[in-house]
Design a protein. Sequence first.
Length: 158
Amino acid sequence: MEVDKKKQEEDRPEETAKKEVDPIVESLNDLEANKAVQREKATKLLASQCKITTEQIAEWKRKCGRIETQSIRGKWFIYRGLSRLEWQQLTDDEAKIETAGLASDTLKREARMVNKCLLFPTQLDISAPAQAGVASVLFAHILNFSGFEPDLPEAIEL
């Protein structure tokens, strides 16, 4: 009986091939399932800790496309990526400052760009104690999310 079953499978190799799962596809499916679980957990966490509703997240996604959340020093931030136009405006502004002979202030530039992309909280408060580097860290994540930086530790896409 077992030999007959093997013989039938050999006669129909396309059916046998369908049964085999490509390990890369399986791995990608597992990764996507894990990301979905991460998104769900992050959404629940943001709802409980930051009072952000799933409706608000859906609205931001509708307006901005992809968005991410990141916890830095125990505080949650939600941001979108930079558009090419925004990046060009930032670099043009920097060039004008340098042309005028003024010193460019990297920290102010980073804070300005972060505030442009920040969805929650609506403004970055860098005056709070132990928050001086938050703008720089968020700026790096926003650049990475926008395709400008090498991979950083992965944030959670919402």
